[in-house]
Design a protein around this ligand. Structure first.
Ligand code: ATP
Ligand code: MG
Ligand code: MG
Ligand code: MG
Length: 368
C-alpha cells in the first residue's frame, strides 16, 4: 500500500499563516498516486485537528492570511501499532486515522521548527521530514546557533543576548552591552522567523521599544550589530539520498527597494516583485558562490541538520561573508526562496517535496 504522509501545519507560532500557505503548496505537490495524504492542522492555540484536503483555501488572498480551521475533529499522535494516529476527541470517540508512515511538519517557528514537535514524533516512533530534535532547537535559537557556529569557526555578526531576567532586573547592563555593539543594531526574538518582531534600531533611545516588541514573541532577545552595505545571500542545502555529502543549491541574492529598512515581513510575503528582486543565481564571482555553497554545507553539518535547510549570509563590500542564520524549515511556497533555489538547480517543486518525503521514509528510527 501507499505510504501515508501526514502534512502537519499551522501551529502556535507567529508564522502560523506562512505555514498554512506552505502547506497548501505541499498538499498540491504531493503525488497522490504515490502517497496517501492526511492534512492535520494545529490551531493557533495548539489544538491538533483533521483538516479538509483543500489546498486552494490555503493561500494569501487580497492580503488576507489563511488559518487552520478550528472546527475539525481533534487528533493527537499516539504510537498505536494497530491504529497509528488516533483521534482522541472525547466527544467523537477514538476514531482511527490509520497508520502514518511519515509526518511532514510544515511548521515554522517555536512549537514546530524548534525540536518540540520533533521530540513528540521521536517519542511516538514516527518518521518525519527535516531536522531532528537537537538541530531544530539549536538552529531556531539565534543565541545558541551563534555559539555553535562560532565554536566551529564560522564568522557571525557581533551580538549580545538579553534574557528575561536581565531585562527585568538590570536594564542598565543590557543597555550598556548593546551600546558597545555600536548603532545601528538589529533587535530580534531569539526564536522567530519571517522577520516578525525584528526592528532595526538606529539610536540608543529607541532600544527599549524594540526590545519590548521582540519580547512579544520571545522572552529572550538577541541584539546584533547591523551589517551595513552588505548583500543578502542565501543558499539551500539538501541531505543527499545516498548518505553522502549534503548538496548545495545555486546561490541566490535578495535585492529590495531602499524604502525597506531591511528584508521584513512585508517584503517577504506581501509585496510583489516590483519591490523585491530575487536573483537566481546571484551575480557573484564563481569562487565566492562556491565559498557560500561550501560554508552552507559545512554549517548544515556543524549543526547536524537533516533533510533541508536554507542558510542566510551577508556578503560585505570587502568580499567577506558572515553567516546570519540557518532555517531548518524555510518558507516553502512555490514563490519562496528555498524551492526557487532548487528549481534553478534543476529540482522542481514536486520533485523537491518528493525527495524530502523519500529521505524521511529511509531514516532509521531511534538515535541516528
Ligand atoms: P527568516 O527565517 O524568515 O529568514 P528571521 O526572522 O529568522 O527570518 P533574520 O534572517 O535573522 O530573521 O533577519 C531578517 C532580515 O533582517 C535579514 O534578512 C536582513 O534583511 C535583516 N537583518 C537581520 N540581521 C541583520 C544584521 N545583523 N545586519 C543587517 N541586517 C540584518
Ligand atoms: Mg530565520
Ligand atoms: Mg525561519
Ligand atoms: Mg533569515
Amino acid at each position: 500500500s501507499k505510504p501515508r504522509v501526514a502534512v502537519v501545519f499551522g501551529g502556535r507560532s507567529s508564522e502560523h499563516a506562512v505555514s498554512c500557505v506552505t502547506a497548501g503548496s505541499v498538499l498540491r505537490a504531493l503525488d497522490r498516486d504515490k502517497y496517501d495524504v492526511v492534512p492535520i492542522g494545529i490551531t493557533t492555540d495548539g489544538r491538533w485537528v483533521l483538516e479538509r484536503d483543500e489546498p486552494e483555501r490555503l493561500v494569501i488572498q487580497a492580503g488576507r492570511l489563511p488559518e487552520v480551521d478550528e472546527k475539525g475533529t481533534a487528533v493527537v499522535l499516539a504510537n498505536d501499532d494497530e491504529r497509528g494516529l488516533v483521534c482522541l476527541d472525547p466527544a467523537a470517540g477514538p476514531t482511527a486515522l490509520g497508520r502514518i508512515d511519515v509526518v511532514f511538519p510544515v511548521l515554522h517557528g517555536p512549537f514546530g521548527e524548534d525540536g518540540t514537535l520533533q521530540g513528540l514524533l521521536e517519542m511516538a516512533g514516527v518518521r518525519y521530514v527535516g531536522a531532528g530534535v537537537l538541530a531544530s532547537a539549536v538552529a531556531m535559537d539565534k543565541h545558541y546557533a551563534k555559539l555553535i557556529l562560532q565554536a566551529n569557526g564560522f564568522p557571525v555578526a557581533p551580538y549580545t543576548v538579553i534574557t528575561r531576567r536581565a531585562w527585568e532586573t538590570d536594564r542598565a547592563a543590557c543597555q550598556e552591552a548593546v551600546d558597545s555593539l555600536g548603532y545601528p543594531v538589529f533587535v530580534k526574538p531569539a526564536r522567530g522567523g519571517s522577520s516578525i518582531g525584528i526592528t532595526k534600531v538606529r539610536q540608543r533611545a529607541d532600544l527599549p521599544e524594540a526590545v519590548e516588541e521582540a519580547r512579544r514573541y520571545d522572552p529572550k532577545v538577541v541584539v546584533e550589530a547591523a551589517v551595513l552595505n552588505a548583500r543578502e545571500i542565501e543558499c539551500g542545502v539538501l541531505e543527499s539520498l545516498d548518505g553522502g555529502r549534503p548538496e548545495a543549491s545555486v546561490v541566490a541574492e535578495i535585492c529590495y527597494d531602499t524604502e525597506y529598512e531591511f528584508y521584513d515581513f512585508q517584503a517577504k510575503y506581501l509585496d510583489d516583485e516590483t519591490h523585491v528582486d530575487l536573483r537566481l543565481p546571484a551575480d557573484l564571482e564563481p569562487s565566492v558562490a562556491q565559498e557560500v555553497q561550501d560554508m552552507a554545507i559545512r554549517a548544515f553539518e556543524a549543526l547536524s541538520v537533516e533533510g533541508l535547510a536554507r542558510v542566510d549570509f551577508f556578503l560585505r563590500e570587502d568580499g567577506t561573508l558572515l553567516l546570519n542564520e540557518i532555517n531548518t524549515m524555510p518558507g516553502f511556497t512555490p514563490y519562496s526562496m528555498f524551492p526557487r533555489m532548487w528549481a534553478a538547480s534543476g529540482l522542481d517543486y514536486p520533485s523537491l517535496v518528493d525527495r524530502l518525503v523519500q529521505l524521511a521514509l529511509r531514516r532509521p528510527l531511534g538515535l541516528r
